[in-house]
Design a protein around this ligand. Sequence first.
Ligand SMILES: *[C@@H]1O[C@H](CO)[C@@H](O)[C@H](O)[C@H]1NC(C)=O
Ligand SMILES: *[C@@H]1O[C@H](CO)[C@@H](O)[C@H](O)[C@H]1NC(C)=O
Ligand SMILES: [Ca+2]
Length: 477
Amino acid sequence: MVGRREVFGSLLLGSLSAYSALAQAITYEAEDAVLTGVTVATDTPGFSGTGYIDGFDEATDEILFTIPSETAQLYDLSLIYAGIYGEKVTTVLLNGKDASDVSLAATEEFTTVSAGQVFLNAGENTIQIQSNWGWYLIDAITLTPSEPRPPHQISTTPVNPNANADAKALLAYLGSLYGSNILSGQQDQASLDWVTQNIGKTPAILGVDFMDYTDSRTSRGASSTDVEKATTHTATNGGIVTFCWHWGAPVGLYDTEEQPWYSGFYTEATDFNIATALADTSNANYTLLLHDIDTIAVELQKLEAAGVPVLFRPLHEAEGGWFWWGAQGPEPCVQLYHLLYDRLTNHHGINNILWVWNSIDAAWYPGDEVVDIVSADTYAQGHGPISVSYNALLELVNDTKIIAASEVGSIPDPELLKAYQADWSWFCVWAGEFIQDGVWNDREFLERVYNDEYVLTLDEVQGWREAGAGAGGGSRK
Ligand SMILES: *[C@@H]1O[C@H](CO)[C@@H](O)[C@H](O)[C@H]1NC(C)=O
Ligand SMILES: *[C@@H]1O[C@H](CO)[C@@H](O)[C@H](O)[C@H]1NC(C)=O
Ligand SMILES: [Ca+2]
């Protein structure tokens, strides 16, 4: 229990309930921890305890705290630091793994910054603060038992007022499971089949792509049967489908050896400029965008006619900037999203779509009135609950929308999802190596996940349409 002291002067508080609520925040002084390559200093005023730690200048420098916890429990972790050398980044490890980076803004005084949540085991735990960029002062860390999250406030009414019964039932079904289960998902039919053949269970959700339907690709020989595969997965096999769209730029593909046409959704493979194209509606490139959207509309109408609602995730990972639709910043991207929504919903009257948005940054958010579900794509290895992204999305929509892990490399561990209250509605593992190489997800782990009660597979989502209709779209959970 070295270095432990109560943060709040609990004896000064009058009421017992206030005492129990506040007394649980515990500070661990850095100067009392095990130090490697760093030193205790006292020159900068405002620290707690008897000093703070300076001298993070080598990659191996670290502070190691030993933290007892009476029970296995989730805590909010904060760092008290001073950024007197400017903006930096530090790395925090829990029990020697699950590394996460914490940004430290430049400050003149000691300041508290959130370092996310940590699930401590009963007994002794370790928290390490490792150099990363180095050059910051660490005074202490604090741990506070996380507040139980209040009940979710999600809406299960589609944003399109004319959404059809299939779309309504699907959103209501997802809402009825939210926080109680996660649906398994797999990108690509061949990879989904690999799971069936090797793990003995079939993912509930098939992820497919509108990539190879538009002119700049079909004119160069591309073709796709993803719409047929999606129809079979839902109409014949009783599953659920999600479509992304690696939208090849309609024009301006470099089509060179380094940047071949089939990479045409990447910013670096085209000089197509989304801001210029959207600047006026008489522009030839604006017309080309509409033409591509109209091409996808034909495919969506086939799915609608076949009774297949679509979790549609266009303009994904926009905030990363690596796709042309995100290359000119948030404004043209949000404009393109509204154009897509309006063209498909109002012009074509397509009503089987649930609209899945895929960036976390609020500057990119297209608005509550055009988004049914928010999501994030994350490729961290090691089966963590991705709780930092989950909590950021929760904040983005104030817990009013369902949240999905729309692309992952490693599947989050169901035990950690529950412990961290990271209530992702579904996960979708990306295709090929991510599911098959034994590195992102090893065989033993896949067998455990696919047999976990918390994880729903194709056999367990049979009848979702009736269950969703029964759950009643429009309810709030
Ligand atoms: C349309 O985009 C192409 C490819 O970036 C570009 O060369 C062309 O100038 C654009 N046309 C207009 C009218 O802006
Ligand atoms: C977020 O939701 C809570 C609970 O419904 C509500 O009290 C609060 O006003 C909402 N905040 C915003 C910013 O919408
Ligand atoms: Ca201190």
